[in-house]
Design a binder for this molecule. Structure first.
Ligand code: SAM
Length: 484
């Protein structure tokens, strides 16, 4: 491999995700993993600090965060976990945003070795939703209580062209079943052109999500032997094209278990640093999926799978390094793993998910077109109830996006310490809608008391009074969709 120079501001994949810089980082981390003085100073740098009304978290560089990830001193790991929780509470409060994936099509021309959609798989029934089927899926999702979706699709320019994706987005936003409403559609589709990103932006999407899968170029090329996704540079530079196309909020992710986790971790943070350096705004979200069993995929084929403990540490270190980003954990993980990670900086979870094309409209969970096995198979209502039992506010809020608080405006809002005055009551009002329209009686009873307690924490008296009145209006007057 020729020696490319490292430059976070470069628009070339191999310069902003630079192999040599990653290898030097890993060496530095290994050499310093017992350097207590350095470790303490890095943890201290990451800790939230008060600056007047603002809470400031400095974040960490990929080198600093890599030292923490390499460190295996139990007391230091405990401290990293504590700081991760402090940062999450400082920026996001105790809210956890809820969403569901919606699978549109599993037609795919790529050959990804870890994904059952790969085009060599002749056993999986191929399916693409018609617009009527999209409507049926959205009605089923609205009837569960969902307000925010992430649409997913394989890559296939003939079966799933951008026009198909745009038509589906239109259909999703057009469905209003009873009090149901999808208020934010995030999109997880293959890397595409600036022109197509502009079309997605114009269709009113929230976040554009694209997982890098692995930052290790050679590993990437082996894992994606055929199809357009084989092109490492085109995939890695996708977020820059998305931002050029006007999309403010982009979501990064690594599919943990495919390559060396420390390498992936450093690469992921370098990607975040690159976005900040070039566009002045880092990733809106970071997802932390792990490879799961799926039709014709056995995770043990990938010998880099990571333990639950290591997975927790990776998540906490991401929270310290990129304090303002939303961290997403899906139903790929079990209830137990999710519960632990919720204390270490996670701010968004999926709930009641089905990963098969057309799965929500079916009474029984279908398995034949699933993308991967869902570990957490609880209903949305069970997830909502569990979050409250653990002291988290289940939030269906989409206010920031709808008020134009995206990109750098969201970041400065996040940093300004206004969360308790805006996001907290907003989350509670959307929870009240969920309880009024969709909750089981026990969840509703628990939730009403939970909202009463949480509303008392709103600092500004006038905001608190308005929020209380709005909650009363939701339950007693049938009014909906309040936001600050
Ligand atoms: N096709 C799009 C692309 O090329 O990026 C994205 C949609 S795909 C449905 C969403 C993500 O699912 C992939 O980016 C991959 O990380 C993840 N995925 C694929 N196979 C998986 C598996 N066996 N276990 C867990 N996640 C998997």
């Amino acid at each position: 491999m020729t020696d490319k120079r490292y430059d976070p501001k470069s628009l070339k994949a191999e310069e902003f995700i630079n192999d040599k810089e990653i290898r030097d980082t890993l060496k530095y981390a290994e050499e310093n993993k017992n350097n207590i003085e350095l470790i303490d100073s890095i943890i201290d740098k990451a800790r939230p600090k008060k600056n007047g009304n603002e809470t400031v978290c400095a974040g960490l560089t990929h080198r600093e965060a890599s030292v923490l990830l390499a460190c295996d001193i139990p007391e230091k790991i405990e401290e990293i976990y504590r700081v991760a929780e402090e940062i999450k509470l400082a920026y996001y409060g105790n809210r956890i945003v809820i969403f569901a994936p919606l699978y549109l099509s599993n037609y795919c021309v790529n050959g990804c070795l870890y994904c059952p959609y790969h085009n060599q798989n002749k056993d999986i029934p191929r399916k693409k939703l018609t617009q009527d089927e999209v409507r049926a899926e959205v009605i089923a999702l609205q009837d569960m209580g969902h307000k925010r979706l992430a649409i997913e699709s394989g890559e296939d320019p003939v079966n799933n062209p951008i026009e198909y994706i745009l038509e589906c987005i239109d259909t999703i936003y057009s469905v209003h079943h009873k009090n149901g409403d999808i208020r934010r559609v995030n999109v997880n589709i293959a890397a595409t052109t600036v022109e197509n990103y502009r079309k997605l932006k114009d269709a009113g999407i929230g976040t554009y999500i694209l997982f890098q899968e692995t930052y290790h170029k050679e590993g990437y090329e082996k894992l994606h032997p055929t199809g357009p996704k084989h092109n490492y540079a085109y995939h890695t530079e996708a977020m820059d094209r998305a931002m050029e196309g006007g999309i403010d909020d982009v979501g990064l992710g690594v599919l943990f278990g495919l390559d060396m986790y420390r390498y992936e971790f450093a690469g992921l943070l370098m990607h975040a640093e690159h976005l900040e350096a070039v566009h002045g705004v880092g990733p809106h979200t970071i997802s932390v999926p792990r490879v799961k069993r799926a039709a014709d995929i056995d995770p043990s084929d990938f010998d880099n799978s990571i333990s639950d403990e290591m997975f927790a540490k990776i998540t906490a270190c991401i929270r310290l390094a990129v304090p303002y980003t939303g961290i997403i954990i899906s139903t790929r993980e079990s209830e137990q793993v999710r519960e632990k990670l919720l204390r270490l900086g996670v701010s968004q979870v999926s709930g009641g998910s089905r990963t098969s094309v057309g799965g929500y409209a079916e009474a029984e969970r279908p398995h034949d077109t699933e993308q991967f096995d869902v570990s957490d198979q609880r209903t949305l209502d069970e997830v909502v109830s569990w979050l409250m039992d653990n002291g988290h506010i289940p939030s269906f809020c989409t206010a920031c996006y709808r008020e134009g608080r995206t990109g750098d405006r969201f970041m400065s809002f996040c940093k300004s310490g206004q969360i308790l005055n805006f996001c907290h009551p907003n989350a509670l009002m959307t929870l009240a809608e969920y309880l009024a329209d969709y909750a089981e009686p026990d969840t509703k009873e628990k939730g009403v008391r939970f909202i009463e307690r949480e509303l008392e924490r709103v600092p500004k008296e006038n905001v608190k009074e308005i929020a209380k009145q709005n909650v009363r209006d939701i339950f007693e007057a049938g009014r909906r969709d309040f936001r600050f």
